[in-house]
Ligand binder design. Structure first.
Ligand SMILES: [Zn+2]
Length: 231
């Protein structure tokens, strides 16, 4: 009788240990596997050095400066969401020194993108238009890249949340023929974060809070793209 009870207890203990072991292993694999498997995103902050890009209509702030600040906000948002981020430019100067020219700088950016083997490339810019009325965040894609089109659509859809709130209307992503859209096989998009020729957009882009809002919308758009919400 005593022996039977002891044997029964042993069986129950063994079974409990087995269940605990399986449970621990499952939790371990859930914790170690990143939910987005560390997707690599290249952020390209447009312009830099003596190439300031367009400038703010009232403040004279350079696009290069705003692009870098948006890029840093975006890097922070993406890393918090578990992505791996590679920046083509992380300081005010260009990559190769101004004396070597814009083309060399662009080629250097392409080399960084190539070595990163990214899942997505996103180039950050600000817009300008002769009429001060034009405003809002606009996304561009390479028309020859189907995945690039879907990526741009996901970004534009998300950024339209801001366009609707601040501009009063939504936009569609547009086709564009730009170096940064053509230099990689990874889905690539250019985000023009707003018009520095428009005083209201300029004011928004000068605000750190708004730049974080943009970064959050872009991060949501990237999540929507990977979740294949745009197929
Ligand atoms: Zn630009």
């Amino acid at each position: 009788m005593f022996l039977t009870v002891k044997r029964k207890t042993l069986w129950i203990t063994t079974l409990a240990l087995l269940v605990l072991c399986i449970f621990t292993l499952s939790i371990g694999s859930i914790l170690t596997a990143s939910p987005i498997n560390k997707k690599v995103i290249v952020i390209d902050a447009g312009h830099g050095g003596s190439d300031g890009g367009v400038s703010g209509v009232n403040s004279g702030v350079t696009e290069a400066e705003i692009n870098l600040l948006v890029a840093f906000s975006l890097k922070s948002e993406l890393e918090q969401s578990g992505y791996k981020v590679v920046m083509t430019r992380d300081k005010k100067s260009v990559l190769t020194g101004d004396e070597k020219g814009k083309l060399t700088d662009m080629h250097k950016r392409r080399d960084i993108i190539d070595s990163a083997c990214p899942d997505l490339v996103i180039s950050i810019h600000c817009n300008k238009f002769p009429s001060q009325d034009r405003r809002g965040a606009q996304v561009f894609f390479n028309g020859a890249s189907n995945s690039g089109i879907l990526f741009a659509k996901a970004l534009q859809h998300s950024l339209n949340g801001l366009n609707k709130e601040y501009v009063g209307r939504e936009f569609s992503a547009l086709k564009g023929d730009y170096f940064m859209l053509n230099c990689s096989t990874a889905p690539s998009a250019i985000v023009e974060c707003g018009f520095l020729s428009n005083p209201s957009d300029e004011e928004l882009l000068l605000s750190a809070d708004y730049r974080v809002e943009i970064a959050k919308k872009i991060t949501l758009g990237i999540g929507a793209y990977f979740a294949e919400l745009y197929v």
